[in-house]
Design a protein around this ligand. Structure first.
Ligand SMILES: NC(=O)c1ccc[n+]([C@@H]2O[C@H](COP(=O)([O-])OP(=O)(O)OC[C@H]3O[C@@H](n4cnc5c(N)ncnc54)[C@H](OP(=O)(O)O)[C@@H]3O)[C@@H](O)[C@H]2O)c1
Length: 331
């Protein structure tokens, strides 16, 4: 019988963790292992992880794109129950957290990323009543990126913005944030959420050939701003066209070809402070049913290969989530 989180003999000082010892393709370098549970340091908390939502950034981490040293873990968006608090951290006691660590740890905290049973965190927000831990786990990266991108663009009420990739989870979040700020939103999207996005308040048109003309027809001319929120190369000229030719009105979170085209990117802006402060507000909105991100599939930690394949496919059609507490069958 294969050991699962429910059946295996466990050492209380050990946990299962998705680890890598050198950088490369996630399928080649990641391993699911038993490793020591870490003690949180000053101003850190540790949670028993309920859910870890995956992001394309996890592949970049495995590839060494963000630097740092191996061994380390992966998994940036987590939720769970606090089970230890470092000096200067929170008061202990049953807090439920929807949290994103500010960075992945390396030695001595080398196994504490999110795809683990116990994660040490440096940034967090409380999960409000009314929001499940599963739903909380998918929020941090999308909320932080959406708020940061739209703030950097300077979006104000009454402006019209194109979100290219309203069906990507970053786009799905950003368009809701833009709508709540009083903007008019036109989203390009595939079939997955073409029906759902208008219900949120966006005008929707397919991405791909002819989208400049389609967006202009919907907007009645050039739009004020554009956010490129999908993994798709070669569309920045179209977005520059949509805003009437000024590349500084275009922000890209994925295609960083700004040197040649002059568009703005989240990677090169002078004010790059992470916007973890926004998480509590959007968690509250999610608890009230006013902000949402769809979940495509849920996997046990043992099924991490299948989960990562889907999360990195650029066709996930929603968030992909690992549940470290679950046994080894994927749902
Ligand atoms: N700079 C940052 O801080 C930052 C932070 C987070 C993410 N990112 C980047 O943002 C990108 C999106 O991340 P994500 O987590 O939102 O990805 P995701 O949810 O996995 O995006 C996949 C979805 O994108 C849509 N899509 C695929 N090709 C498209 C195209 N050509 N045009 C428009 N939409 C297309 C598809 O939806 P349909 O069903 O609509 O086809 C697909 O389901 C990634 O490149 C990621 O690395 C950057």
């Amino acid at each position: 019988m294969r050991a699962t989180s429910k059946t295996r003999m466990t050492d209380p000082a050990q946990m299962r963790a998705l680890c890598l010892y050198h950088f490369g393709d996630p399928g080649d370098v990641l391993r699911l292992e038993d490793v020591p549970i870490l003690v949180p340091g000053p101003n850190q908390v540790r949670i028993r992880v309920h859910a870890c939502a995956l992001n394309p950034a996890d592949r970049a981490i495995c590839a060494g794109f963000f630097g740092g040293a191996a061994p380390r873990g992966t998994g940036l968006d987590v939720s769970g129950i606090v089970d230890a608090v470092g000096r200067g951290g929170l008061q202990r006691g049953g807090w439920r957290q929807g949290i994103r660590p500010t960075r992945l740890h390396h030695r001595p905290q080398r196994h504490s990323a999110g795809a683990v049973e116990h994660a040490v965190l440096m940034a967090w927000a409380r999960v409000p009543e009314g929001l499940g831990l599963l739903e909380a786990s998918v929020l941090p990266m999308a909320v932080e990126t959406g708020v940061r991108s739209l703030d950097l663009l300077g979006l104000t009420s009454g402006q019209t913005i194109v979100i290219n990739g309203g069906g990507s989870m970053m786009g799905f979040a950003a368009l809701q944030i833009a709508l709540m700020r009083g903007a008019w939103v036109i989203a390009t999207a595939g079939e997955t959420f073409a029906g759902a996005l208008p219900d949120l308040g966006a005008k929707v048109t397919p991405y791909g050939g002819g989208m400049v003309q389609r967006v202009r027809e919907i907007a009645g001319g050039p739009v004020d701003l554009a956010l490129h929120a999908a993994l798709a190369d070669g569309v920045l000229p179209d977005l520059i066209d949509m805003v009437g030719g000024d590349p500084r009105r275009v922000m890209s979170i994925s295609d960083f070809d700004e040197g040649r085209l002059g568009v703005r990117t989240t990677g090169r802006e002078p004010n790059l402070a992470p916007r973890y402060d926004a998480l509590a507000e959007y968690a509250d909105l999610a608890a009230q049913g006013r902000f949402t991100l769809p979940i495509a599939r849920i996997f046990a930690l043992e099924a991490w290969r299948e989960a990562l394949d889907l999360a990195f496919s650029n066709r996930a059609c929603g968030k992909v989530v690992l549940l470290p507490e679950e046994a080894d069958s994927a749902s």
